[in-house]
Design a protein around this ligand. Structure first.
Ligand code: EPZ
Length: 421
C-alpha cells in the first residue's frame, strides 16, 4: 500500500488545470447505458472510481475504451445484473440502476452496503422507481427493480438531509424512457445534476428545470449516442484553493468555473482568504490573517459536505473558535482524531466540531479513512512543520487525479512511497 511523505512548511505557488469532475463523470458514464449507440465523454478524470465504473459497464456487456483523452462507451447489448464483487468497491455504482431500469425495464443490483461517513440508504432511489411503476424486491443483498413499462409520475424526493444527488440522477435517467411526464420535487440542484441533464438532452431526452428543486422529464421512445465534455471538478478546485491558503501561498486554478462553488469561496473569503476570479480561472492567496468562522454543510447551493474536512484543516490554523456542523452525513469527522495527531485542538459535540484554532501543526504519521478526510490530512501535512506520512492513500486516488504530481508542480515537497519504506 502507498503513502504520501510530506515535508511541510512550503507555500504553494503556481498554476494548475482542474481535472474533470468525478461526481459528474460517474452518472454520465452510467447514462451511456440508456442508448445502444456510442457515447463519447471527454475530460473523464483518471481515477480508481472511474476505472471501477468502466469495469462495471463492461460487466454489463458494454464496450468501454479510453482513447486520446476521451472515453467511448457503446452499450449495444447489455444485461441488467451487477454483482456484489464489483458494486461493493464503489457506492457510486448505484447510479447504473436508473439507466438499466429505464432501458431494460429490469435491474438486479447488489445493495451498496455501509460507508464510513454514514448509513447512506437508497430508500429515496427506490421510492422514485416505485413511483414510476417499478416493482421493488430486496433479497439476498440484492435489489430487484422491474416493470412491464414505466409511467411518468410526480414525486417528492426529499429525505432526512434534504435532496439526494444520485437519487435524483437515477430517477431522472429512468424517467427519460418512461411513458409520459415525470416531475421530481425536492430534486438535487448540484452542478453535476445539470451536467448529467445536459448529456441526456444531447442523447435526445426531454428535461427541463435541472439545477432547480423541480425537474420535469417528458419520456421518449428511444435515446441515441452523443458527445459530451464533463464539467471541472469543483471539489478538487476547493481542495487546492484551501491548500494554497493553508500554506500561505498563491495558486491559480485554471478552468475552475468558480460559479459552481460560491458557498465555499464565500466562506473562504470570510476566513480572510483572498479569492479572485479571472474569466474561468481562480486566483487564491491567504490575506493578512486567517479568521475563525462557523460552517454548516447543506445541499447545493449551500456549503458542500465534500469540502467540510478540508475546511476543518484550514480552520485548525485560524486563531479563535470555529464551529463546523455536518448536516448531510452522520459520521463525517473521521479526520478530526488524525488532525489531533498533528497538534490540532478539535472536539466533537453532536453534529459539530468545535475547533480551537491557531496552534502550529507538527508532522506525524496519520491514517486516511475516506476520500475527503484524506485530502484534509494532506493539507494539514503541507502546513505543518516537519514530516507527515499519510497512509492508505488509495482513498485519495479514488477522487484526485495525480494529486502528488500537481502539488509538486506547485512546489510542495511530497512523495508517493510504499507504506513501510
Ligand atoms: C453524492 O453522493 C456524492 N457522490 C457524494 O460525494 C456527496 O457527498 C453527496 O452526493 C452529497 O453531496 C457522488 O456523486 C458519486 P446523497 P450521494 O444521496 O448521491 C441521505 C465524494 O466525496 N439519503 O445526496 O450518494 C444520505 O444518507 C462523495 O466525492 C437517504 O437518506 O449522496 C445522506 O445523508 C462522498 N436516502 C443524504 O441523503 C437515499 O435514498 C445525501 O446523500 C439517498 C440519500
Amino acid at each position: 500500500m502507498e503513502s504520501f511523505l510530506i515535508k511541510g512548511g512550503v507555500p504553494l505557488h503556481g498554476e494548475l488545470t482542474v481535472s474533470g469532475s468525478k461526481n459528474a463523470a460517474l452518472p454520465i458514464m452510467a447514462a451511456a447505458l440508456l442508448a445502444d449507440e456510442p457515447c463519447v465523454i471527454r475530460r473523464v478524470p483518471h481515477l480508481s472510481d472511474t476505472r471501477f465504473m468502466a469495469q462495471i459497464l463492461e460487466s454489463l456487456g458494454a464496450e468501454v475504451k479510453f482513447q486520446n483523452g476521451a472515453l467511448t462507451v457503446r452499450a449495444k447489448k447489455i444485461s441488467g445484473y451487477a454483482d456484489y464483487e464489483l458494486v461493493r468497491k464503489m457506492r457510486g455504482s448505484i447510479c447504473i440502476a436508473g439507466p438499466l431500469l429505464g432501458r431494460l425495464k429490469q435491474a438486479r443490483i447488489s445493495l451498496p452496503g455501509g460507508c464510513v461517513i454514514g448509513a447512506r440508504p437508497i430508500n429515496l432511489h427506490l421510492k422514485g422507481f416505485a413511483s414510476l411503476g417499478a416493482k421493488i424486491k430486496i433479497e439476498g443483498g440484492y435489489v430487484d427493480a422491474s416493470a412491464k413499462k414505466l409511467t411518468g409520475a410526480t414525486m417528492f424526493l426529499g429525505g432526512r438531509a434534504g435532496s439526494t444527488v444520485l437519487g435524483t440522477a437515477n430517477v431522472m435517467m429512468a424517467a427519460t424512457l418512461a411513458d409520459g411526464v415525470t416531475v421530481i420535487e425536492s430534486a438535487a440542484c448540484e452542478p453535476e445534476i445539470v451536467d448529467l441533464a445536459k448529456f441526456l438532452t444531447a442523447m435526445g431526452a426531454k428535461i427541463s428545470g435541472a439545477g432547480s428543486p423541480t425537474v420535469t422529464i417528458t419520456g421518449v421512445g428511444k435515446l441515441h449516442g452523443a458527445e459530451h465534455e464533463v464539467i471541472p471538478d469543483r471539489i478538487e478546485t476547493a481542495t487546492f484553493a484551501i491548500a494554497a491558503a493553508a500554506t500561505n501561498g498563491e495558486v491559480t486554478l485554471k478552468g475552475a468555473r468558480p460559479e459552481h462553488l460560491r458557498a465555499a469561496l464565500d466562506k473562504l473569503n470570510e476566513t480572510g482568504v483572498l479569492v479572485r476570479q479571472r474569466g474561468a480561472d481562480l486566483i487564491v492567496r491567504r490575506g493578512k490573517k486567517l479568521r475563525a468562522v462557523d460552517v454548516t454543510t447543506l445541499p447545493y447551493s449551500g456549503f458542500p459536505t465534500d469540502v467540510q474536512a478540508q475546511m476543518t484543516a484550514l480552520l485548525a490554523l485560524a486563531p479563535g473558535i470555529s464551529i463546523i456542523t455536518e448536516r448531510i452525513f452522520e459520521s463525517r469527522f473521521m479526520h478530526v482524531s488524525e488532525l489531533a495527531r498533528l497538534g490540532a485542538d478539535i472536539e466533537i459535540e453532536g453534529p459539530s466540531a468545535i475547533v480551537k484554532g491557531g496552534r502550529p501543526l507538527s508532522g506525524a504519521p496519520v491514517m486516511a479513512s475516506d476520500l475527503r478526510a484524506s485530502a484534509a490530512l494532506v493539507i494539514a501535512g503541507l502546513a505543518a512543520k516537519g514530516t507527515t506520512q499519510v497512509n492508505r492513500i488509495y482513498h485519495l486516488d479514488r477522487g484526485y487525479e495525480k494529486m502528488d504530481l500537481k502539488l509538486r508542480k506547485l512546489g510542495a515537497r511530497i512523495q508517493r512511497v510504499e507504506e513501510n519504506s
